[in-house]
Design a protein around this ligand. Structure first.
Ligand SMILES: Nc1ncnc2c1ncn2[C@@H]1O[C@H](COP(=O)(O)OP(=O)(O)OP(=O)(O)O)[C@@H](O)[C@H]1O
Ligand SMILES: [Mg+2]
Length: 257
């Protein structure tokens, strides 16, 4: 039994303002095994965020089902930690309170929340910024607060929507390494949306390539590369060439429609 099953998902957005409907996802099927690191690649607007939001339970599909551990996903849950494309922090709370906000909701005391938050603040490289407010941080630092907040929940699935897109090259590399370490150590399952073929190949055990909108899964590849991934290796670049080929085809098809 797969850990997560996305079965025949269709998502139609209604646009009452323009009196039109928009088909975002068109019969998507996808299975994710436990401990898998699945990277989801696809052109802008193909429905990656929509799909991730549905697995998170924030968005409702028009038809189809999503199962996790054989139970239907009907709403958000602490078993799924989400890192959004845009960090969604509470501007009136300092970093450590943003990171440990879920614990506050559970009634955990301040001292314990502060300690727990520190562990994850250190993990994402924000030591020294515990008492800063979101407006005092850069975009990339805010994104790291969002990552720390998701990890603190100790979820069995981490859903990440282009979490490193706003980071500089060095921080991005550090965060990618850290995420692989967390994934290996905590045995979590990760679904990671990215635009970067290279990033997908640095991280993933599998890479799903989506079609242009309305999105479907076009290819699902198992990535058999040793870790740490060597971006200069022959095999890495063979995978890269194949995937870029699919993406180019999709972009041509998108322009033709
Ligand atoms: N809340 C919404 N209401 C109406 N249309 C929406 C909504 N959210 C997304 N869409 C539409 O659905 C399609 C898919 O959007 P989505 O954000 O899932 O794409 P994406 O693959 O994540 O793109 P990107 O790579 O640019 O983030 C787009 O055409 C978008 O305009
Ligand atoms: Mg998106």
């Amino acid at each position: 039994m797969p850990f997560i099953e996305v079965k025949d998902i269709v998502k139609m957005y209604h646009d009452p303002k323009r009196g039109k409907n928009l088909l975002a996802l068109d019969h998507v099927d996808l299975t994710v095994e436990k401990n898998e690191f699945l990277c989801l690649l696809g052109p802008s607007g193909c429905g990656k965020s929509t799909l991730l939001n549905m697995i998170a339970g924030f968005e409702k599909q028009t038809s189809g089902t999503i199962l996790m551990n054989d139970k239907e996903v009907t709403g958000p849950g602490a078993d799924r930690g989400m890192v959004f494309q845009q960090p969604t922090l509470m501007p009136w709370l300092p970093v450590w309170e943003n990171v440990s906000f879920h614990l506050k909701l559970k009634g955990v005391g301040k001292k314990e929340r502060r300690e727990k938050a520190q562990e994850f603040i250190d993990m994402v490289g924000l030591k020294g910024f515990e008492n800063h407010y979101p407006y005092e941080l850069s975009g990339g630092m805010n994104q790291r607060v969002g990552i720390a907040r998701a990890l603190l929940l100790n979820p069995s699935v981490i859903l990440m929507d282009e979490p490193f897109a706003a980071l500089d090259a060095q921080t991005k590399m550090d965060m990618q390494e850290e995420l692989v370490r967390i994934w290996q150590f905590h045995k979590v399952t990760v679904i990671f949306v990215t635009h970067s073929v290279e990033e997908a190949l640095i991280l993933g055990t599998k890479v799903a390539v989506m079609t242009h909108r309305p999105g479907k899964i076009r290819e699902l590849l198992s990535i058999h590369l040793p870790r740490p991934r060597d971006v200069t290796s022959h095999l890495f670049n063979e995978y890269k060439r194949d995937i870029l080929g699919y993406i180019r085809e999709e972009s041509k098809l998108a322009k033709a429609t």
